[in-house]
Design a binder for this molecule. Structure first.
Ligand SMILES: C[S@@+](CC[C@H](N)C(=O)[O-])C[C@H]1O[C@@H](n2cnc3c(N)ncnc32)[C@H](O)[C@@H]1O
Length: 266
C-alpha cells in the first residue's frame, strides 16, 4: 500500500471518492445496464452495482480482476446489489450486442488506449439510443509552467522536510524544467493528448456536461511520506484546496476533465 492512495481513507476522499461522486451525479435512472471499460480493481463498478444497476467491468489485467472479484465475493451488500460481472478483456477485442448499455464509463483509461476515435465508436455502438457516455480523463499535455512551478514548490518543501520519496534539482528553474520534462516529453509509452480525445467525444456524443478538476495533487499524495496522519490529512487538504483555487482563478491549466454526453446519430 506504500505508493497507493488506498493507504489512507482521507486520501481516497480527495481523489477516487471525488471522481466516483462525479460519475454518480452523471447517472440518471434506476436499474441501468452499465459497462465500465478499464475498471481496474473495480471500485466504481461495485458502487454502481450497490446502487442497483447491472454492471459489467472489463480490464485486461488478470491480477487486478482477481482483486475485483475477491472484493465482489466478500461484499457485505452482495445480496441487495444489482448484477455485477468482471471480465478479463481488452476493450479492442471485446464485444457485446449493439445497443445493450444505458451507460458506458471510462475512468482514467481513454488516455492510454490507441486510436481513441475507434474506441469511442465501439462504445457508441454498444450504447442504446439515448444512452450516455461518461468519461473522466487525464489530459497530460495540458500541464503548463505555472502548474509545474506550484508542484515544484510543494514537492521541494516536502523533500526538505524528509517527507517526499523522490528528488528534484535544487535549482528551482531546473526543477520546474524536470517536472515539465517528465510530464510532457519524457514519456516512453503512448498516451493520447486532450484534443485527440475531445474531438471524437464531441463528434459521437451530444455533450451535456464538461468540467475540469484537480489531478496534479494525486501524484503528490502518492509520494508524500508524512509520518503523522493528522498532519498528512491537513496537508493533503491544503494541496487539494490550493489546486482547486488555482484552477478556479484560471492561474493553472487543469489536467483532469469530466465529459458526459448522449449517443448522437452519426
Ligand atoms: C489508471 S487505471 C484506472 C482504473 C479505474 N478505472 C480508476 O478510475 O481508478 C487504467 C486501467 O485501464 C486498463 N486498461 C488498459 N488497457 C485497456 C484495454 N485495452 N481495455 C480495457 N482496459 C484497459 C488498465 O489495465 C488499468 O486497470
Amino acid at each position: 500500500m506504500k505508493d497507493s492512495l488506498w493507504r489512507q481513507p482521507y486520501l481516497i476522499e480527495l481523489t477516487y471518492a471525488d471522481n466516483f461522486r462525479r460519475v454518480e451525479d452523471s447517472i440518471r435512472g434506476r436499474n441501468l445496464k452499465i459497462l465500465e471499460v478499464g475498471c481496474g480493481t473495480g471500485f466504481m463498478s461495485l458502487e454502481l452495482a450497490r446502487m442497483g444497476h447491472d454492471v459489467v467491468g472489463i480490464d485486461p489485467n488478470d491480477k487486478i480482476i482477481r482483486i475485483a472479484r475477491r472484493t465482489m465475493e466478500t461484499d457485505p451488500y452482495g445480496k441487495s446489489r444489482g448484477d455485477l460481472r468482471y471480465e478479463i478483456a481488452d476493450f479492442n477485442k471485446w464485444s457485446d450486442d449493439p445497443g445493450t448499455y444505458d451507460v458506458v464509463l471510462f475512468s482514467r483509461v481513454l488516455h492510454d488506449l490507441l486510436h481513441p476515435g475507434k474506441i469511442l465508436s465501439r462504445a457508441h455502438h454498444l450504447l442504446k439510443n439515448g444512452g450516455r457516455l461518461i468519461c473522466l480523463e487525464y489530459a497530460y499535455d495540458r500541464i503548463d509552467r505555472r502548474a509545474a512551478t506550484w508542484l515544484y514548490q510543494i514537492r521541494r518543501a516536502l523533500e526538505l522536510t524528509g517527507w517526499y520519496s523522490s528528488h528534484l534539482p535544487v535549482d528551482p528553474r531546473e526543477g520546474v524544467d524536470a517536472i515539465m520534462n517528465d510530464a510532457l516529453y519524457g514519456r516512453k509509452e503512448h498516451i493520447n493528448k486532450f484534443e485527440e480525445m475531445r474531438h471524437p467525444l464531441e463528434q459521437l456524443f451530444h455533450g451535456e456536461h464538461f468540467s475540469w478538476h484537480c489531478y496534479y495533487c494525486w501524484d503528490v499524495f502518492r509520494e508524500m511520506r508524512i509520518p503523522d496522519q493528522r498532519r498528512e490529512k491537513a496537508l493533503a487538504g491544503l494541496f487539494n484546496g490550493m489546486e482547486q483555487l488555482l484552477i478556479d482563478s484560471l492561474e493553472i491549466q487543469p489536467a483532469l476533465f469530466h465529459f458526459m454526453g448522449t449517443k448522437a446519430t452519426v
